[in-house]
Design a protein around this ligand. Sequence first.
Ligand SMILES: Cc1ncc(COP(=O)(O)O)c(C=O)c1O
Length: 380
Amino acid sequence: MRSVKFNIPFLTGNEKDYVNEVFASQEFSGNGAFTKRVQEMLEKILGAERVLLTHSCTGALEMAALLAGFGPGDEVLVPSYTFVTSASSIMRTGATPVFCEVDENTMLLDLNDLERKINQNTKGIVAVDYAGFGNDYARINEICEMHNLVCIEDAAQGLGAKWNGKSLGTHTRFGTISFHQTKNIHSGLGGCLIINNRDDVEKAEMVWERGTNRSAFFKGLVDKYNWQVVGSSFYPSELQAAFLCAQLEQVNENLSRRLKLWNYYERLLKPMEERGILRILREPAGCEHNAHMFAIILSNSQEADRLRLHLNENQIQAVIHYVPLHESPVGKELGYTPESLPITSKTASSLIRLPLHLSMNEDDIEYIVKILQTLYLPLD
Ligand SMILES: Cc1ncc(COP(=O)(O)O)c(C=O)c1O
């Protein structure tokens, strides 16, 4: 039987050559020539003040939470519908995540719910750019200014996407991106921290360099380096940076090919949307998404399970996404019940993601849509 995998990691064919260059240089450990080159590439692609490569987006989120100065007694607002480490990075500082609802149309933060949850302990926001869709950063920045909050933009899935003409990850004080192999562009594991305020750069480099001023030492600014702040070992090896360099060289081609597949799905599934069978998850106004995922929302969780199992039985790897954090064991320990955030719970369990990767072609999409339709043919 024909099968379609949910994801096959993107490869350009040049990764091995670049990794061999690292072998030739015998400089493996990180913050070397490839790391610097890739950081400059990302600064240019994103239009960012400063980018630091990290071993993962999780690492970048942990750096951002440290740099934001969150600590015990502080509350940080975050959507419940996100990956675990958007919230665990907050808890690693001793602060408490406060879960907010998402807007069922976009799966982005519901800013009305967020505003209701602000109190005198609130110190920040982690805004998640789900599916490479941008949040309303004009309003988020206004809220931050009004209440003196620090916002971290978790753009794990957002490379190549824009809000209001500006790259995701560059809208608030800190941004983060993932280069995990499930992302459009990757290095196996990997990520970066985007520092959008020049005043944060020096401390960020120290946190990144295990809490030392080693970066200043390498720039010849000090004659020896020592321990300055609490940091950690946040950067990747040169092997990952070399791999990522090959991938980033094809970022535009990658994006346009993904968008083509996304648009084809949309065209073929629109008639089913018009019949009320499903809803296509689309970006809000003002966004240019990056075709990171193609998600559909069914009328309820039973319908979503029925369709997902039907696709899986036909060897099409359709998958769910996040289990809301407020429903998790840690969420329960924090005092939430599954009923705490009803819109998030209902929409999350009604959403499924269809395969989307560059080893697929339009023929695969026609096949997936045909199999999907067979579940509904008896209704005709
Ligand atoms: C929204 C979000 N934040 C953070 C992460 C963590 O990324 P990484 O696996 O690079 O640590 C992910 C992972 O997919 C994610 O979806």
